[in-house]
Write a protein that binds this ligand. Structure first.
Ligand code: FRU
Length: 486
């Protein structure tokens, strides 16, 4: 059996019952998953691949797992596509992206090998039909030696590929002796590549290595996304050590000099985001909803980690805005709308409960004293979100979410300058995503809380009124529709 056949056989035989997994957040069928890879549209379906080690709940020799979806909500399991089985990738098929071409669905990934005991990373191609992929004989097509001396050959990974007219482009995560940076390559056929320049490099110690770059245009502006490693916390930003950030350029030129990094998420669990452009023009982002320092795997799980809900991107006053993909709305089951609900003592609101929900709170006027919301709650458990206008911060606290290890449990962030007008909460079996002020600020959080803790409680120091748009999500219907491996 080849390595790929072995992985395929293993995942078919050991796959988890989808009823025991989150309903609409992508999870691996079995084993370990990290970064999203190859997020793309091919033959009418959205495809998502991912860093995958099916045999263990821990990271190991990297494969590419695969799922596809018609709506980014129901994810069908597809056979694993890449295994580390070639001289140029035998130590791992690391992260990368994909693009639809006339010749097929083209994957670009990092092949990892060792030379004299030292790890070396180069960029490789594979082509397929949306199900089966073949690595190209000419691999690796982009090699570290193409870059100037002093650029690391060990930290050179996670290519993003795209095409503009007849020009092909690739950005790759890189570093020199001092700092993280993004290297830019060009090609006129997608096969023969040459090094162009450093697109952007870290300033003021902002990351020792920049991983997982993405580049796209949005509303006439260029956007560069990447994941800098080892960033020190600044104020209430960049608390995750490794962070996902965006640079929004001033024009559509590939120029980011002097542009400030925007945090993409203020929660605990968010890394290695990448985007794709849908046929209707929407730019959608997805990320690993986990963290290298505190991955949460409940003891009964046979799989590790989830992806975030795919998020539609837009720009508002130069800021990158993220909102849940609208396809989620097609899975609403019950809807309840309330106007001006008075809130003070911690209280529930009739009909407002559950673990598969999407609801929005609108404040009649910005809170001037502490407002709290407890989710996934029962007598023992609960994850609390607090708005503290006096301190000017929000706080997400999962200390009592059922965690058995001392992972990071409290995250604080600054209230945006214009205050908080709305909070949208999307919950699936083991996660909470908060979209504040229509996606201006997002916090992603994994919780291991048992499904039976399903109360939602609101409280306020001083009496206030909120409007509430509440929807339950039809998790059983989503799960029943998911295709498993056969
Ligand atoms: C980011 C990352 C990537 C690499 C992959 C390996 O989380 O370190 O840079 O390609 O994970 O699994």
């Amino acid at each position: 059996m080849t390595k790929l056949e072995k992985a395929r056989d293993y995942e078919v035989k050991n796959q988890t019952d989808p009823n025991r997994q989150p309903a609409f957040h992508l999870t691996p069928p079995v084993g370990w998953m990290n970064d999203p890879n190859g997020f793309s549209v091919y033959n009418g379906k959205v495809h998502l691949f991912y860093q995958y080690h099916p045999y263990d709940l821990r990271w190991g020799p990297m494969h590419w797992g695969h799922q596809s979806s018609a709506d980014m909500i129901v994810w069908d399991r597809m056979p694993v596509v890449l295994a580390p089985d070639q001289p140029y990738d035998q130590d791992g098929c690391f992260s990368g992206t994909a693009i639809a071409t006339d010749a097929g669905h083209l994957l670009v990934y990092t092949g990892v090998t060792k030379e004299n005991g030292v790890e070396v990373q180069n960029q490789c191609l594979a082509i397929g039909d949306g199900r089966v992929y073949r690595k190209l004989d000419r691999n690796p097509v982009v090699r570290g030696e193409m870059m100037p001396a002093g650029f690391s050959r060990t930290d050179f990974r996670d290519p993003k590929i795209w095409k503009e007219d007849e020009n092909w482009w690739m950005v790759v995560g890189s570093r020199d002796e001092e700092r993280g940076q993004i290297a830019l390559f060009a090609s006129d056929n997608g096969m023969d590549w040459k090094y162009e320049r450093v697109l952007l490099a870290a300033e003021d110690g902002f990351g020792t290595m920049w991983e997982c770059p993405d580049f796209f245009r949005l509303d006439g502006k260029s956007v560069l996304i990447c994941s800098p490693q080892n960033v020190e916390a600044m104020d209430y930003t960049f608390h995750n050590g490794h962070n996902g950030v965006a640079f929004v350029g001033e024009s559509d030129a590939m120029n980011f000099q002097g542009v400030k990094a925007q945090p993409l998420d203020y929660g605990f669990d968010f890394y290695a985001p990448q985007t794709t452009t849908l046929p209707d023009g929407r730019q959608v982002l997805i990320a690993w909803m986990s963290s290298w320092h505190s991955p949460i795997v409940a003891s009964h799980q046979t799989w590790s980690a989830q992806m975030t809900l795919p998020r539609e991107l837009s720009l508002r006053n130069g800021k990158l805005i993220q909102q849940p993909v609208r396809e989620l709305e097609t899975w609403y089951k019950e809807t309840i709308r309330y106007k001006q609900v008075p809130i003070q003592e911690p209280q529930s609101v009739a009909g407002v409960e559950g673990r598969y929900v999407d609801f929005t709170i609108r404040f009649s006027k910005p809170a001037t004293s502490e407002f709290t919301m407890e989710l996934a709650k029962d007598e023992r458990y609960g994850t609390r979100f607090t708005v503290d206008p006096k301190k000017g911060i929000v706080e997400l606290d999962r200390t009592f979410s059922g965690l058995k290890e001392d992972v990071i449990t409290i995250r604080r962030a600054k209230i945006p300058a214009e205050g908080i007008q709305t909070i949208r909460v999307v919950m699936d079996l083991y996660s909470i995503e908060l979209f504040i002020n229509e996606g201006e600020m997002v916090m992603s959080c994994v919780i291991p809380t048992a499904e039976t803790a399903n109360q939602i409680v609101f409280g306020s120091e001083e009496p206030i009124e909120i409007d509430l748009d509440f929807h339950t999500i039809d998790a059983p219907a989503i799960r029943a529709k998911r295709e498993v491996l056969a």
